[in-house]
Design a protein. Structure first.
Length: 66
């Protein structure tokens, strides 16, 4: 993982690290892998963790795609 996407400060409120990726990478993955609109893929904001996904959603990690 490159420095831009590395975790600097782990989330102190729980066991999951804060997400540290950018909108450009999210768009590259969702467009490159042709996520269908009905999947309603969402980019979570800063300081959110994988556990912050809305009910009914799953969290995918960039390493899976790269």
């Amino acid at each position: 993982m490159d420095e831009e996407h590395q975790e600097e400060n782990p989330c102190e409120e729980g066991p999951l690290p804060v997400l540290k990726w950018d909108l450009g990478l999210f768009e590259h993955i969702t467009q490159g892998f042709r996520f269908p609109p009905e999947w309603d893929a969402r980019y979570l904001g800063q300081n959110q963790t994988a556990a912050d996904a809305p009910p009914g959603y799953i969290t995918l990690f960039e390493d899976f795609f790269l």
